[in-house]
Design a protein around this ligand. Sequence first.
Ligand code: ADP
Length: 397
Amino acid sequence: MKILVLNAGSSSQKSCLYDLERLPTSPAEPISKADIDWHNKLLTTKTKEVKSTHKLTEDRVSGIKKMLENLWQGETKVINDLAKIDIVGHRIVHGGDYTQSALITPEVKERIRSLIPLSPNHNPSHLEGIEVIETILGTVPQLAVFDTAFHTTQPPEIATYPLPYELSEAGIRHYGFHGISHRYCAGRSAELLEAPLESLRLINCHLGNGCSLAAIKEGKSLQTTMGFTPLEGLMMGTRSGSIDPAIPLYLMREKGFSAEQVDTMLNKSSGLLGVSGISADLRAVLAALKEGNQRAQLAFSMYIHRINSSIGSLLPVLGGLDALIFTAGVGENSSLVRAKVCEKLTFLGVQLDLEKNETARGDQIISTPDARVKVLLIHTEEDWVIAEDCWNFLKKA
Ligand code: ADP
């Protein structure tokens, strides 16, 4: 089965093509991977043998078409014909009430469109991808895999904001994001711990450019730090995370900020970048910190503190903790972040093996053998989850 996975963001469009004869138990390697960087208008395509880059000159739709063309033409060709693709899976950031992946129909597209006000940076790009596929591949089945779906198991007392109830009925509630990654890491942690997922109380720390934690019990998300939008919760690369909601009101009333300016400030110029004044990239912040930069130090300390205080806030719903998981760009690569977070949690029974933490590569347990709470490092595989859903969908169909 040939499965094309599309992951569209506001500034990037990623794709990968899997060619599977059976569904393996661990993630398969895609036969082709492509990435469009819309800022630099650069398309990079990688196969086992070849890596090619191509400067895009036209609009976004032509860019996506070019990306698909590279699958069956030129030096990066891996299939004879686009018609060989059996199914296309799309990562959809905001899926509202969808509790599981859905075959894309005109109604599903309409629902994704209706959620644009809640996800203005992502849902329009997803629709763009879906429509390009419709134009090029016609009636190939397309599956929407939602980042929000995994969190639809949050109970009402967690999913509801303490606002007038009509707002909650109008859809203003705690959705949560990164669900595809949280779901994958929960499943993978059960494999690493050799325990049934249903027996585990987990906190998954997805720390990338965007950051969120999820409290997962019996394989279900019970609480997550992102909310109505991916702005709530932890301090991130450029996003503030949770702040006093009166701050935007003050800035608008007293300082003449427009809604647009507040939006840009909270989403694009806050977080690590805003506090340090250096970068949204933690590596650059840490390099400055090493040289004694005070604001870099402050930004880093805040980043860690906010992870720890959020971990604390997730414990009651779990009633204890069996494992703490680190994943995504920062979680997988920064031993310092993992060490600093774990340092404050020893009273819970978290005991990091400092040497393993430094040298760990690939999925593994990095706590000491007798630690009450295990610490895990897991490379998240969002594309693979989408491919698996596609496989299961077609097999069932
Ligand atoms: P996205 O949320 O865009 O998918 P990623 O999960 O790829 O992001 O994470 C990207 C971030 O990971 C970068 O901004 C960078 O701050 C961080 N990162 C990557 N490698 C390291 C590292 N070795 N140390 C610290 N941070 C890192």
